[in-house]
Design a binder for this molecule. Structure first.
Ligand code: IFM
Length: 446
């Protein structure tokens, strides 16, 4: 089975693993790092499970060499990690902290020595707290601060790093951070969420310009998250609800990038007056990306709550699929259908699946972790990805989320997504069976 999955993909397909800075690095006070919104949020009582924080996490800041060695031994070819803005520019703008840059320099060096291609993300949610104090993402100036930060990082690492992601999951930044308050900075303001979403997209566009100015050969793109929307029934009102969900969750970010405008359906739904859009913004946001990262975990079944159940036909989808410990249904077909739909709608550039994986209640027993559920999850999603590729989606690579267990944001350390188990008391890394499967699959490639 291991090598039959890899044989579904071409020989130049990129096989990777992914993490993010605040979820693994720890060392929040090391070498001049500034405070981020996640430091402030996780230290605020009641915000995260059991008050857990990323203060230590996987201590990757000090153990990155061991972690790169693990990746090399697994045969991982590419590593998607994120750079912590507060390590580089602790106040968000202005003074550059060379020691922060030095850390990523060492990491990139180690990766390249191991034959692993770095695919860094500039923003995976750890906004410098001083920028939030000044207004955060609802403020236009934050997008310009991001471009300044992108230029600094590009100039330092661009001689060795060619593949870049600007922003991870803009929906989460704007909606979880500013509308629902589940994530840092924990605000609840629909108006701010809309402003944040526009400024995050603007930051992406300005960040691309900055990276390209610093690195002529840069390949730059954005990473968006999508739960595949499925109508509960074939009833017209459910299908409408599903389209609205898709417009709010996915088109809100993809239409501006590929079509240069926000989707009217969702603009109307949000009653957004678009006052934050300045002349020229949409041209900046829609300047062509070199590649696109898609994060996929599950589906959402949409229904129109306004219609009496008795009026509708029977559901055409079963809602009782097995779930991960996140409570997310396991629905591999959604990955195929999502990729095919997005490619039809936008004629996508080179696509990477930049996150896909599952949290399960793993246990170390006699030094081993028997997570056949995770292996099966990955196999089924890879098979679905191959189907999408065969249907014409220009798929270039796949990154498992995640290389190792880590801090799952407001859900703390209870959710284990890793190929590698982390004992948070001892920092011992243990390869799970899924990691051994991934290695066997990669070694069987032709
Ligand atoms: O852990 C997160 C990651 O930071 C962003 N995408 C989803 C993952 C699982 O929730």
């Amino acid at each position: 089975m291991a090598d039959s999955i890899s044989s579904l993909f071409p020989s130049d397909f990129v096989w990777g693993a992914a993490t993010a800075a605040y979820q693994i690095e720890g060392a929040v006070d090391a070498d001049g790092r500034g405070e981020s919104i996640w430091d402030r949020f996780s230290h605020t009582p009641g915000r995260t499970l059991n008050g857990e924080t990323g203060d230590v996490a996987c201590d990757h800041y000090h153990r990155f060499r061991e972690d790169v060695t693990i990746m090399r031994d697994l045969g991982v070819e590419a590593y998607r990690f994120s750079i912590a803005w507060p390590r580089i520019i602790p106040d968000g703008t202005g003074r550059v902290n060379q020691a922060g840059l030095d850390f990523y320099d060492r990491l990139v060096h180690e990766l390249l020595e191991a034959g692993i291609t770095p695919f860094p993300t500039l923003y995976h949610w750890d906004l410098p707290q001083p920028l939030e104090d000044a207004g955060g993402w609802p403020l236009r100036a934050t997008a310009h601060a991001f471009a300044e930060y992108a230029a600094v990082v590009g100039e330092r690492l661009g001689d060795r790093v060619k593949d870049w992601w600007t922003i991870n999951e803009p929906w989460c930044v704007a909606e979880l951070g500013y509308r629902y308050g589940d994530h840092a900075p924990g605000r609840h303001d629909p108006h701010d969420a809309l402003a944040a979403s526009h400024h995050v997209l603007l930051a992406h566009g300005l960040g691309m310009q900055a990276l390209r100015a610093a690195i002529p050969a840069a390949q730059v793109g954005i990473v968006t998250n999508h739960d595949f929307r499925v109508p509960r029934s074939d009833h017209v009102s459910d299908r409408r609800a599903s389209e609205l969900g898709h417009a709010v969750n996915s088109r809100w970010y993809l239409d501006p990038i590929y079509l240069g405008e926000y989707p009217e359906l969702a603009v109307h739904h949000h009653r957004w007056d678009q006052e934050q859009i300045f002349p020229g913004d949409m041209e900046i946001i829609s300047s062509p990306v070199d590649h696109h990262g898609i994060n996929y975990y599950t589906r959402t079944i949409e229904r129109d709550e306004g219609v009496d159940d008795l009026e509708r036909p029977q559901p055409i989808v079963e809602a009782a699929l097995p779930r991960t410990t996140m409570g997310w249904e396991i629905y591999p077909d959604g990955l195929r259908d999502l990729l095919v739909r997005l490619n039809n709608d936008y004629n996508l550039p080179s696509v990477y699946i930049t996150e896909n994986g599952a949290a399960f209640p793993d246990e170390v027993i006699d030094g081993e972790v028997h997570d056949s559920n995770r292996t099966e999850f990955l196999q089924r999603h890879l098979a679905a990805a191959a189907e999408a590729m065969n249907a014409g989606v220009p798929l270039s690579g796949y990154f498992v989320w995640s290389l190792m267990d880590n801090f799952e944001w407001a859900r703390g350390y209870g959710q284990r997504f890793g190929l590698v188990h982390v004992d948070y008391d001892t920092q011992k890394r243990t390869l799970k069976d899924s990691a051994n499967w991934y290695r066997a699959m990669l070694s069987g490639r032709t």
